[in-house]
Design a protein around this ligand. Structure first.
Ligand code: TRP
Ligand code: SF4
Length: 333
C-alpha cells in the first residue's frame, strides 16, 4: 500500500524559483510513489487576506497552473481546493477544544508571521484575529482529514506540524485511537536566496524570479542582481561565492558552464555584464519548457476540470474521516 502524503500551498501569488527548488521539485520526485494530496489552501490564505478575496480566488487558478507547468501530474496527485472540503472546517472546530490560546501564541511560525503583518495585526499583534491565530488548528485538520502520514515541508513549517501532532495525541487520548500522527518529510533542498542576496526568496521581499517571468523581466531582474561589491572593473578578481549571479548559475546552468564562471571570475577573466548575459540565457532556457507546458493550461476550464477531479477524490476521503471522528466523539447522530 502506498503511503499518504499531504501538503499545501497558500494561493497568494505565483510560484517562484524558491517554491520550485525548495518544494515542488521534491514533490515531483514523490508523486509516483505516494498517494498524494496537494491542497490549494484558500481558506488559510484568507486568514491574512480576508480583505482581498479577489486576490485569493485568482491565485487559486494561477498556482494550479504553475504547479501543472512544473510537472505536477493531475493523474497522480489530487490537487484540491481547501474551501470545498467542508469536513476540514468541521474538524477545525472540533480540534479547537484541544489546543490552548497560549500554545497558539507561542507557536514560532505564527509569532513570526504576526510580527511581519503589522498593518493587519498591529505593531504588537494587538489586532490579531481569532482566525489567524487558529490557522495551525485548521492546518492540523488539513493533514488529518486525509490521514496524511508524511508531510513534505520546509523548516519554517515544522512548528505547525508539531502542533498537529499534539492535537492528534490529545484527540486520540480522549476519544480513542482515531487519527494518524503525521511525520515530516524534510526536503534536502535548501531555501533559495533572493536576487538581493537575502536568505529567502519571497514575494513580499520583492526579490523573486517567477516561473512565468518573461524574457524582458528576467533580463531586468538579473541585471540588477547583487554581485561581489569589490569587483569594479572587468579584470578585477572576485569571489563568486558572495555573488547572486553565480548562485543562480549554479541553479540553472550546466556543470561545465558553472565551473567556467567560477574559475574565470576568480582569475579576473570575466566581466559581470557578460556573466549576467549568460545567466539570462541560461535562465530563459530553464524556464522555456515550463512556460511552454503552462500554455496547455491557459484556459481556466481545463484547470477547473483538474481541480474538480482532485476535489471529488479529496471529498471521498474526507467523508470517511469525518464519520470516524464523529463516531469517536459520540456526535454521530
Ligand atoms: N502553511 C503552508 C504554507 O504557508 C500551507 C499549508 C496549508 C500546508 N495546509 C497545509 C502545508 C498542510 C502542509 C500541510 O505554505
Ligand atoms: Fe558574479 Fe560573474 Fe561578476 Fe563574478 S563575474 S562577480 S560570478 S557576476
Amino acid at each position: 500500500m502506498k503511503k499518504t502524503i499531504l501538503t499545501g500551498l497558500r494561493p497568494t501569488g505565483n510560484l517562484h524559483l524558491g517554491h520550485y527548488f525548495g518544494a515542488c521539485k521534491n514533490w515531483l520526485n514523490l508523486q509516483d510513489d505516494y498517494n498524494f494530496y496537494l491542497e490549494i489552501a484558500d481558506v488559510q490564505a484568507l486568514t491574512d487576506n480576508f480583505n482581498n478575496p479577489e486576490k485569493v480566488r485568482e491565485n487559486v487558478y494561477e498556482i494550479t497552473k504553475d504547479l501543472l507547468a512544473l510537472g505536477i501530474d493531475p493523474n497522480k496527485v489530487n490537487i484540491f481546493i481547501q474551501s470545498q472540503i467542508k469536513e476540514i472546517a468541521e474538524l477545525t472546530i472540533f480540534y479547537s477544544n484541544l489546543v490552548t490560546v497560549s500554545r497558539l501564541q507561542r507557536n514560532p511560525t505564527v509569532k513570526t508571521e504576526i510580527a511581519q503583518k503589522k498593518e493587519l495585526f498591529g505593531n504588537n499583534g494587538e489586532s490579531i484575529t481569532y482566525g489567524f491565530l487558529g490557522y495551525p488548528v485548521s492546518q492540523a485538520a488539513d493533514i488529518t482529514c486525509f490521514e496524511g502520514e508524511l508531510v513534505p515541508v520546509g523548516e519554517d513549517q515544522l512548528p505547525l506540524l508539531e502542533q498537529c501532532r499534539e492535537i492528534v495525541r490529545k484527540f486520540n487520548s480522549i476519544y480513542g485511537n482515531t487519527l494518524i500522527e503525521p511525520e515530516q518529510l524534510l526536503s534536502n533542498s535548501p531555501r533559495v536566496k533572493g536576487l538581493d542576496g537575502n536568505d529567502k526568496m519571497g514575494k513580499s521581499l520583492g526579490n523573486a524570479i517567477y516561473i512565468i517571468d518573461d524574457e524582458e523581466t528576467i533580463k531586468n531582474k538579473i541585471m540588477s542582481a547583487v554581485t561581489d561589491p569589490n569587483k569594479i572593473k572587468k579584470d578585477d578578481k572576485a569571489n563568486p561565492e558572495i555573488c547572486m549571479v553565480y548562485y543562480y548559475h549554479k541553479l540553472v546552468n550546466n556543470e561545465d558552464n558553472i565551473n567556467k564562471v567560477c574559475s574565470e571570475c576568480k582569475k579576473g577573466e570575466r566581466g559581470c555584464v557578460q556573466c549576467k548575459k549568460e545567466l539570462i540565457e541560461a535562465m530563459n532556457n530553464f524556464l522555456k519548457p515550463i512556460q511552454e507546458r503552462r500554455k496547455q493550461f491557459e484556459d481556466n476550464k481545463v484547470v477547473e476540470e483538474i481541480l474538480d477531479k482532485g476535489t471529488k477524490n479529496a471529498q471521498l476521503k474526507a467523508k470517511e474521516t469525518i464519520s470516524k471522528v464523529k463516531e469517536a466523539m459520540k456526535i454521530n447522530y
